[in-house]
Design a binder for this molecule. Structure first.
Ligand SMILES: C[S@@+](CC[C@H](N)C(=O)[O-])C[C@H]1O[C@@H](n2cnc3c(N)ncnc32)[C@H](O)[C@@H]1O
Length: 238
């Protein structure tokens, strides 16, 4: 996205509008969560984020951060409420660089403010399906895939996998199909049906199945909290 287009989107975001060039799925399904200034006040705090993830936020953030190291240039594929970006910025340290992208200007602006104390971090408007920015040492995609339609899941997975060179990895942390007797299985089914209509598509398939270039990567998966969450790491082999 060029500077003029980004400035136009940021202006609209600052006025609290959902700019016209945002994808339909975001405007129609998630305006309440990401595109209104009030959303930031309601959701961007430890209590809300902790509750949404049933108390697993720290464990999941740790699982993501432990895949990266000091001095690396890392891409975070979308803003996240809470302190993940700060944790990633701490992980790469002053010698590294964290680049956060988000498709919503309001979120970009907000994340820039949150990261003001980290000179090693920058934030820009971009679509995770076309991140730009060249090749990174690592990419972190935290709870984005379940919020995009299946066709977009393919585009985002491919866009992020294309952003790493051999030896580098893309780390996905997201929802997963829970064990059959999971006590929260039906609660989460209700939540997904009511609020997160694209999540089911992620529970039905492995993340690697969304990748066109899946054979160029070594894949590993770990699940958490009775299978409700997953970390999938794709390391480029060739
Ligand atoms: C990472 S996801 C959900 C994270 C989690 N629910 C949380 O606590 O914030 C939320 C962000 O993804 C952004 N987003 C949605 N589609 C995107 C895309 N195609 N590219 C980049 N960012 C996107 C939204 O604007 C929103 O800020």
């Amino acid at each position: 996205m060029d500077g003029g287009a980004e400035a136009k989107l940021i202006d609209a975001g600052q006025r609290g509008e959902a700019p016209g060039d945002l994808p339909d799925y975001l405007v129609k399904t998630y305006s309440w969560a990401y595109l209104r200034p009030a959303s930031l006040l309601i959701f961007d705090n430890t209590v809300a984020v902790g509750a949404i993830l049933w108390g697993n936020i720290w464990r999941l953030m740790r699982a993501a951060c432990e895949e990266f190291s000091t001095g690396q240039r890392i891409l975070q594929a979308a803003s996240v409420y809470g302190s993940l970006s700060a944790e990633l910025a701490d992980t790469v340290g002053p010698e590294g660089h964290l680049e956060v992208i988000d498709i919503a200007p309001l979120q970009v602006d907000h994340t820039r403010r949150k990261l003001a104390a980290y000179p090693q971090a920058s934030v820009r408007v971009a679509d995770a399906a076309r991140p730009g920015g060249g090749l990174y040492d690592g990419v972190c995609c935290f709870f984005l895939l379940h919020e995009v339609p299946d066709a977009y899941k393919h585009a985002v997975v491919d866009g992020l996998l294309a952003s790493v060179a051999p030896g580098s990895k893309v780390v996905f942390v997201d929802y997963h199909r829970p064990l059959p007797l999971h006590p929260l299985r039906f609660v989460m089914q209700g939540v997904f049906r009511l609020l997160e209509p694209f999540a089911e598509g992620l529970l039905r398939r492995e993340i690697r199945d969304f990748a066109a270039e899946r054979d160029s990567f070594a894949w590993r998966k770990e699940t958490f909290f009775g299978g409700l969450y997953q970390k999938v790491v794709a390391e480029r082999q060739s």
